[in-house]
Design a protein around this ligand. Structure first.
Ligand code: FAD
Length: 561
């Protein structure tokens, strides 16, 4: 029974998983059949979005197999993790974007790009309705339709205001390049306004109060960037104002950076305390006017605080086009568009969704787990010994590698502990197991909405699509998942490579695989190297590196242009 404990189980798990992953995607055809006749017309693949998910798919798709069209209202890819750096001029906006046409230029066959947004998905007629701002002068509306054989929805998400009054009108968001540039201008405007002679000291303080709503990675990173900007650059240029500046982070949970290890949360909170950044935890913003932000703490009256600039960074919500699509296909009650583990929208045969706009359904996995445990009960006693559970558990991980993430996530109740706690003598009835799994199911959160997940999904789906035709021609192959029958591919498996939280003052925190946590100056250098290496092209890599060097030598530009 000791072997079942977390400490000894995970190393074994890693072995099992690496064995599983080394197989990668499996396609069953050994060889491609020669086809002497005319090559058949290529299937039409339409990709919506040029963000992390869409771009990753485009980079990996075999364009000799598909007639690929990509549609997005922006004709570039933006490296979002560096957006907070753009808000204060640490990095220039142009340094983190790459035109999508450049990214797909080297593909075997051309990829067609259309600058437009999709406003309706017709999965029955297999077409999408689009509107182009740049095309309105051509036919009045700029609207057109595009047919597809396969559709990949990778439109990302929009900001979630939770319908809080005044947020849309008065808050800045930090989602797009334009948002970051607007924030940059607005920060400088606050200082210029506070420099005017008609304001007394109290009013200046109000104009120099910067509020960030949301203590997640984006909000925290922006607060840290702003603090650096104020102390390193603004203090020199506006010496009469630097004492009047204040930065507040409002967070509804009890801590900031709750998705990180507790040690990182503590380190960040202590660092912010030392830096004079106020962290108001346990407060929910209920209203934002053009001058004040009103919040409510647990069992407290509402408090209103004046601000000069406010940034709203509390999470994401589905875009209207996705909401309409969900209503049409019977997913109207869900919060996020749901796909199966192969990233396909279950209600539509040829529609896939990747990145922030979708989530992978977990319910079937849980049902299957109960089935697998039932099968392990060979003597039909209705109970499983721990040895029997152990026998099947590795099999489960091979079948459902994505469970690895749940097991490691500190937000999830550890399934092992649950099973262990279900019966003291470590014998478990199937009924207890069902209850335990139901509890895990309710705790299990979808994959995080990160660039890492989006990029891996894009790559996985491209590999599946590249093998699709071959698999249709040769559907034979080992049986994959129970119940649901044969699948051509292994389900999507997310590999977590860790996460960073830059905290300002040349310090960062990192949580890396293997429960490795580090923070401080050396971690900031690790952050620099990882983010430089992850750039989408040598051009942006060069630009980002030169921006960092420029900042070290000359400081940030505070002209607000
Ligand atoms: P996006 O990258 O948002 O791309 C969506 C694309 O769809 C865009 O091209 C958009 O123009 C297009 N689109 C929108 N509407 C339509 C439409 N109707 N029709 C057609 N196209 C449309 N993740 C990390 O892993 N690490 C980080 O450090 C990190 N830092 C972040 C910092 C900030 C400030 C932000 C905002 C996010 C950060 N993220 C980070 C999260 C990461 O950026 C997202 O998870 C990722 O961008 C999701 O990729 P996506 O392709 O799903 O969506």
């Amino acid at each position: 029974s000791r072997a079942f404990r977390r400490e000894s189980f995970f190393p074994r798990l890693v072995l099992v998983l690496s064995a599983a992953s080394s197989g990668g995607l499996v396609a069953y055809a050994d060889s491609k059949q020669e086809n002497a006749a005319e090559p058949p017309e290529k299937k039409k693949l339409v990709v919506l979005g040029t963000g992390w998910a869409g771009t990753s798919l485009l980079k990996n798709i075999d364009t000799s197999l598909y007639d690929v069209k990509v549609i997005s209202p922006r004709n570039y890819f933006a490296f979002t993790p560096l957006l907070p750096s753009v808000t204060c001029g640490t990095v220039e906006a142009r340094s983190i974007v790459e035109p999508i046409r450049k990214i797909v230029k080297r593909k075997t066959d051309p990829v067609k790009f259309l600058e437009a947004e999709c406003f309706k998905i017709d999965s029955v007629g297999k077409k999408i309705h689009c509107r182009s701002d740049v095309g309105t002068s051509l036919n009045g509306t700029g609207e057109f339709e595009v047919d597809y054989d396969y559709l990949v929805i990778a439109v990302g998400a929009t900001v979630n205001t939770f319908n809080t009054p005044g947020v849309a009108e008065n808050c800045h968001f930090l989602k797009e390049i334009e948002d970051a540039l607007r924030i940059r201008r607005s920060v400088i405007e606050c200082f210029e306004r506070a420099s005017l002679p008609c304001l007394d000291e109290e009013e200046k303080r109000k104009h120099l109060h910067f509020v960030i709503v949301g203590g997640g990675p984006t909000g925290v990173e922006f607060a840290a960037e702003l603090h650096d900007f104020v102390t390193e650059d603004i203090a020199e240029l506006y010496p009469h104002l630097s004492e009047l500046v204040s930065i507040s982070v409002i967070q509804s949970a009890e801590h900031i950076l709750t998705m990180f290890d507790k040690r990182i949360t503590t380190f960040a909170e202590e660092k912010f305390l030392r830096d004079g950044i106020e962290v108001r935890t346990g407060y929910r913003v209920v209203k934002v006017s053009d001058k004040d932000v009103t919040m409510k703490g647990h069992s407290m009256d509402e408090v209103s605080v004046p601000y000069g600039m406010i940034v709203w960074s509390t999470g994401i919500a589905s875009r209207p086009v996705i909401r309409d699509f969900m209503n049409e296909i019977g997913q109207g009650k869900r919060r996020v568009l749901e796909t199966n583990e192969w990233l396909r929208v279950p209600q539509c045969d040829t529609v896939y969704s990747i990145g922030d706009c979708a989530t992978i359904s977990q319910r079937k996995i849980m049902e299957d787990l109960v089935e697998i445990f039932k099968m392990a009960d060979k003597d039909n006693s209705g109970t499983l010994t721990l040895d029997e559970i152990q026998d099947v558990i590795e099999d489960i991980y091979v079948r459902y590698p994505q469970l690895e993430l749940y097991m490691k996530s500190k937000h999830m109740i550890d399934i092992h502990d649950l099973i262990k706690d279900a019966k003291d003598d470590f014998e478990l009835s199937i009924e207890d197991l069902k209850n335990a799994l139901a509890e895990v199911d309710s705790q299990v959160k979808s994959l995080p909405a990160t660039a890492q997940v989006a990029a891996q999904q894009g790559e996985y789906l491209a590999q599946c699509l590249n093998k699709m035709e071959e698999c249709h021609e040769h559907p034979e192959g080992p049986l994959r998942i129970t119940k649901s029958g044969r699948h051509f591919f292994r389900p999507f498996r997310y590999k977590h490579f860790g996460q960073f939280a830059p905290l300002g003052g040349e310090q960062a925190a990192a949580e890396l695989p293997g429960d490795w946590v580090s923070f401080g100056h050396s971690t900031q250098w690790l952050w620099y190297s990882v983010y430089a290496s992850k750039q989408v092209s040598w051009r942006t890599r060069y630009l980002v590196l030169s921006d960092w060097t420029r900042r070290f030598i000359f400081g940030r530009d505070s002209s607000g242009i």
